[in-house]
Design a binder for this molecule. Structure first.
Ligand SMILES: [Zn+2]
Length: 232
């Protein structure tokens, strides 16, 4: 807490004036072009690794960067995520959704180790949204050569990141905008050890480092999402 207060004082002293012009514009409203869905993990820092500024990203963060599937039985589970997705689609009309998983994710470790071992019923309930990802890992259908050097929980994390694109497509507001070409979905993966960010290349079907190859490869992707029959 002390660090936070000192940070505010430092911000006021050194940076506030620089940001005032930007915030002065933002007071009229936000117009981010991307919805960014990430884990709550304190080490995942999109403002740092993507050099973003206030107003750039509309953000959902939760344990495990999970997107509960839409439109099942009425339930309070995932209501916040669903509301934020609808808002991003209908009001902000963002052009891109990025789901960003990460290495050494505690949520993925817990899922991989077995949810029955968790003492928190809330965590057990929430992480059950990742069961489909675990099934895909255990089916052992993900066969890309740059995948097997990863630990089991990091493999699960990459599969889980991709699974969330499937889950996003269960939202009618997302599906209709993807199908009309107004919206693209992207899977990114942040490696904590190196601070590298990878994107999922739909053509090679591998996570590839952002920073290698032409810029268009990382932006203008085919937003077709992996489906049940793909080799995930
Ligand atoms: Zn995490």
């Amino acid at each position: 807490m002390k660090k936070l207060i000192q940070g505010i004082i430092e911000f006021r002293r050194r940076h506030q004036k620089t940001y005032q012009e930007n915030f002065g514009r933002l007071v009229r409203g936000q117009n981010p072009d991307s919805l960014f869905i990430a884990c709550s993990d304190s080490r995942v820092v999109p403002n740092t690794f993507a050099s973003t500024n206030p107003g750039d990203l509309f953000v959902i963060r939760n344990v495990g960067n999970l997107v509960p599937t839409c439109c099942n039985e009425p339930s309070s589970d995932g209501v916040a995520e669903s509301a934020a997705i609808d808002f991003a689609m209908q009001s902000l009309r963002v052009s891109d959704i990025i789901v960003c998983g990460h290495s050494e994710c505690g949520a993925m470790s817990a899922l991989s180790d077995g949810l029955e071992k968790l003492s928190s019923p809330h965590l057990r309930n929430w992480l059950s949204n990742g069961k489909k990802s675990l099934e895909k890992l255990e089916d052992n259908g993900y066969i890309k050569p740059n995948f097997f050097h990863l630990s089991r929980h990091n493999q699960l994390s990459q599969i889980n990141t991709l699974q969330q694109l499937d889950n996003l497509m269960t939202y009618p507001t997302v599906r209709s905008r993807v199908e009309s070409g107004e919206l693209q979905l992207h899977a990114w993966w942040f490696d904590i050890a190196t601070a590298d960010v990878f994107y999922f290349n739909q053509l090679s079907r591998q996570f590839q480092l952002i920073g290698e190859g032409p810029l268009k490869d990382w932006i203008f992707q085919d937003s077709r999402f992996p489906d049940e029959n793909d080799s995930l």
